[in-house]
Design a protein around this ligand. Structure first.
Ligand SMILES: [Zn+2]
Length: 398
């Protein structure tokens, strides 16, 4: 683990991090997100406009037959050997992303994850607005697919269906018609289920970037292009950096009285961002700026459950950030119950996500970086991003 420029941790933060390191959780009351639509509500609570209540709360419990993890949080690290994206070099990445070997590896990962998490790695927490339902589907060891349903017509779209069996089970349980697959990028853990679902749903279209070799792609999209599925309208935004053709999708929440919903794939996670496999820090910074431009109330639905690791890493950079401390405490509580940590909001993310805080003097100081004389502010921010990303790549949480 690399911890350059680290100052002594404040007692509260040190206690939090110590708790995580030992995987022994001793936390106080959950500190929930500040946004109204991220508040908790008991299952069955009637939901009203302008609010998105998660169907979890004091009554929520793990799925039948599952243990409650009495030993504490199950940590989902990004860099265990099982993660296909671990940094083992360009050769491995090329094999994974561009060859059949990568597909075979993905299939093995799917099989192992189904055995290890027969009900998914997290407890699904649907989000409802009048006429709209967003259902996160936990797949593989830490991925999320999302089933987005126009509840009025029963038409649905899925984002990043990596495990076709899990997605198909959700489609059948919800009794909806799959019309579209929105694929953020080509990596198998986001696109591996495209073929099987297309076979099962003959009229289903596959949307994504033509630059990214997405399996079964039928409808290549351009930047800012919009697609309708029933009453749902998605806008595609090109966000290269993780891959050359990475795209995110923004669901217009307006018709349902809700905020925009960003399905960010591997561009942006809770407190984190994707690795720079096929782009420069400058490219990634520009893509993250596109996301931030969507507005603070935008709900963030990321491609992975990485919150604990990302928040812990961020806590090692910014030692005196109450918003970060509060979110980490909340995430520990969520994960102790195996609850998903999404969605957050882009407003929240800007208070603790170091990849969205490259302009903040406190982060720059923590990294020991100073803007050069005559250096353009964006060039400096890209340098800050590069440093944070490099430290994250080297970080090992356990
Ligand atoms: Zn990826």
């Amino acid at each position: 683990m690399q911890r350059r420029g680290r100052a002594p941790a404040r007692p509260a933060m040190a206690a939090l991090l110590g708790g995580l390191r030992g995987l022994l959780v001793a936390v106080g009351p959950a500190a929930g997100p500040s946004r109204p639509w991220a508040s908790l509500a008991p299952p069955g609570t009637r939901l009203f406009r302008q609010s998105c209540h998660r169907l979890v709360g004091p009554q929520a419990s793990p799925e039948p037959g599952r243990s409650r993890l009495p030993e504490g949080v199950e940590y989902i690290p990004t860099r265990k050997a099982k993660n296909p994206m671990k940094p083992v070099g360009v050769a491995w990445y090329s094999l994974y992303a561009r060859t059949r070997l990568g597909y075979l590896f993905y299939q093995r990962q799917v099989k192992k994850a189904r055995e290890r998490y027969p009900h998914g790695h997290s407890v699904p927490q649907p989000c409802r607005f009048p006429g709209l339902k967003i259902l996160p589907i936990p797949v593989l060891s830490n991925n999320y697919s999302y089933l987005v349903i126009d509840t009025g017509s029963g038409r649905a779209a899925v984002v990043d269906p990596s495990d076709p069996l899990a997605v198909q089970a959700a489609i059948e349980e919800e009794g909806v018609m799959l019309e579209a697959i929105f694929c953020t990028h080509k990596h198998w853990d986001h696109s591996g289920g495209n073929a099987a679902l297309c076979q099962q749903h003959g009229s289903c279209k596959v949307y994504g970037s033509a630059l990214d070799a997405i399996p079964e792609l039928t409808n290549p999209l351009a930047d800012r292009e919009k697609v309708s599925v029933g009453c749902l309208t998605f806008e595609a935004l090109t966000t290269p950096g993780h891959t050359v053709g990475h795209m995110v999708y923004v669901l217009d929440g307006g018709p349902f009285g809700g905020p925009p919903c960003l399905f960010s794939g591997d561009l942006l996670f809770l407190a984190g961002c994707g690795r720079l496999f096929e782009g420069s820090p400058e490219t990634m910074l520009a893509s993250l700026d596109v996301a931030v431009g969507l507005g603070e109330d935008t709900l963030l639905w990321p491609g992975h459950e990485y919150a604990l690791e990302c928040l812990t890493f961020a806590s090692l950079l910014e030692l005196d950030n109450p918003a970060l401390e509060q979110k980490l405490r909340w995430a520990m509580q969520q994960r102790q119950e195996k609850r998903s940590t999404c969605p957050s909001t882009l407003g929240e993310e800007q208070t603790y996500n170091p990849f969205l805080r490259t302009h903040r003097p406190e982060l720059q100081a923590a990294l020991g970086l100073r803007q050069g004389r005559g250096e353009h502010p964006d060039a400096f921010r890209a340098r800050v991003l590069k440093e944070v990303r490099q430290r994250k790549d080297l970080y090992k949480a356990t």
